[in-house]
Design a protein around this ligand. Structure first.
Ligand code: ADP
Ligand code: PHD
Length: 453
């Protein structure tokens, strides 16, 4: 039994949905089909989820949202027309969305989640109708009815463990289950979404729940590439990588698969196969527990923008009991999460996502570190890029760091920070944003082009 997830790019038009249907019918073990909302049809198109967010925000601000509402309904209508299925489903979607938009706005975050989730929910209903219209025994299943329970964190919900047992019952359904991705319900019965691109997470949870043999994740590329294809032309395809490698790579920018989607599949030992809806016969990339190590030390290089660093220096910091705790407590007081904390004897740097802070908050934090911790110096730097060089083979391979640092030096890239050793499968470099592309290309060249692997 397989769980198959189709991303927004695979569901963006009627033409794409016909490919999806062919993929589903070509393998009778494809039992549970998880779907996203319609995505982009071309590069500067807008995803339905983004349109829904815009629409909900306009409603919250009491602004006119007729234009964007109409654009959303037209997206569904054009798919329905292309597929020649009865048009009344568009009317149902329109009424459902109108009702949601006119609903309770007293908790804006919950309101936004409910509107966002409707993108997947209505698309799942539409796709189930299309499957049935094409002669398939298919049923739309709502996450509440299936028992997909999540924590009370709008826009960042986490699955509750009891969901898995509930979801196991989906195995008993007769036909194909069409299940909306991206959201679940809290115990009060309210809708909550996962973080953006979270339909991958739903697929992984369902694969664990029904104890699937395989979780197939269909997208718009033939494989996970060893580097983001926008930085390097025709990058090397990865045929197999471990859950740990993929987790680190997706955390650091391989947006092809959500980093939170690894754990549920990993816990149940279910392999993940990333495949292309537009070329389903290509083998794709398999994500497994262990892989044969024939790739050299590095399997992939990822990078992600939007970080800042708080550098704190104080003579004899290493002798001061509780310094690190007090520093992190200041960040906790402002509800900030941090990503990494590389440290030296007299100094420590905390790396954070910079969209959590503004100028006023930074000034307060700086002031508190100076006055409460009596630091000698506090410097906040912005626009950092974290580059993650990942590979299981790095553990046993002396000199990988030196090779990476040398490649960056030759490319004239200034390394702002190195973090190596905490993870057995990765090392991380911090560079300034304008140097991102050059740095990634230099590392790719070093590990994949210059030396045969
Ligand atoms: N290392 C990588 N390998 C493959 N694709 C990548 C990588 N890094 C980023 N991507 C991007 O991820 C995209 C697929 O993810 P996404 O747009 O979320 O698809 P979907 O609509 O199927 O959810 C690809 O089109 C590609 O641009
Ligand atoms: N539609 C949601 C969830 C999702 O997973 O979408 P996609 O499969 O297009 O990445 C989003 O855009 O965040």
């Amino acid at each position: 039994m397989k769980v198959v997830k189709f991303g927004g790019s695979s569901l963006a038009s009627g033409e794409q949905l016909k490919k999806v249907l062919n993929i589903v019918v070509s393998d009778p073990t494809r039992k549970v089909v998880v779907v996203s909302a319609p995505g982009k049809r071309y590069s500067d198109d807008i995803k339905v989820t983004d349109l829904l967010i815009e629409c909900a925000e306009k409603y919250l601000a009491n602004e006119n949202a007729d234009g964007v509402f109409q654009t959303i309904i037209e997206r569904y209508a054009s798919i329905v027309k292309e597929l020649s299925i009865p048009l009344d489903i568009v009317e149902t979607i329109s009424k459902d969305l109108k009702a949601l938009l006119s609903g309770d706005k007293s908790k804006p975050e919950s309101y936004l989640d409910a509107v966002k989730a409707s993108g997947e929910d209505n698309n799942a209903k539409l796709i189930a109708a299309f499957f049935r219209h094409s002669g398939l025994n298919a049923e739309y299943v709502n996450p509440k009815d299936a028992g997909l329970l999540v924590s009370d964190e709008p826009g960042n919900a986490q699955v509750l463990p009891e969901s898995y047992e509930n979801l196991y019952k989906l195995r008993e359904k007769e036909g194909i289950v069409v299940f909306p991705g991206f959201f679940g319900y809290n115990k009060k019965g309210e809708v909550l979404t996962f973080s953006r691109s979270g339909s991958d997470i739903t697929g992984s949870i369902l694969a664990n729940g029904i104890k699937a043999d395989l979780y197939e994740n269909f997208t718009d590329v033939d494989a996970v590439y060893s580097v983001n294809p926008t930085f390097v032309q025709n990058p090397k395809e990865i045929s197999e990588l471990t859950y740990r490698e993929m987790r680190e790579l997706s955390y650091a920018g391989f947006s092809v698969f959500h980093d939170e989607a690894l754990i549920p599949a990993f816990r149940a030992g279910i392999p993940v196969n990333v495949k292309n809806t537009n070329n389903p016969s290509a083998p794709g990339t398999r994500i497994v527990n262990e892989r044969s190590n024939s790739n050299g030390p590095v399997i992939g290089i990822a990078s992600d923008k939007g970080f800042c660093s708080i550098y704190v220096s104080k003579y004899l910091m290493n002798r001061e009991i509780g310094f690190g705790r007090k520093l992190l407590q200041i960040l906790e007081d402002y509800g900030l999460t941090y990503e990494h904390v590389p440290s030296g004897i007299d100094d420590v740097t905390v790396i954070l996502r910079q969209d959590q802070m503004d100028e006023a908050l930074e000034a307060q934090i700086k002031d508190r570190i100076m006055t409460e911790l009596h630091a000698d110096e506090v410097i906040i730097e912005h626009d950092l890029v974290l580059i993650m060089v990942v590979g299981e083979g790095m553990r046993h391979n002396v000199g990988t760091t030196a090779r990476a640092a040398k490649a960056l030096a030759h490319a004239d890239v200034n390394i702002e920070m190195i973090n190596q050793g905490s993870s057995e499968v990765s090392m991380m470099f911090g560079v300034k944003e304008p140097q991102e592309k050059r740095a990634v290309q230099a590392l790719y060249n070093e590990f994949f082009v210059a030396v045969p692997v």
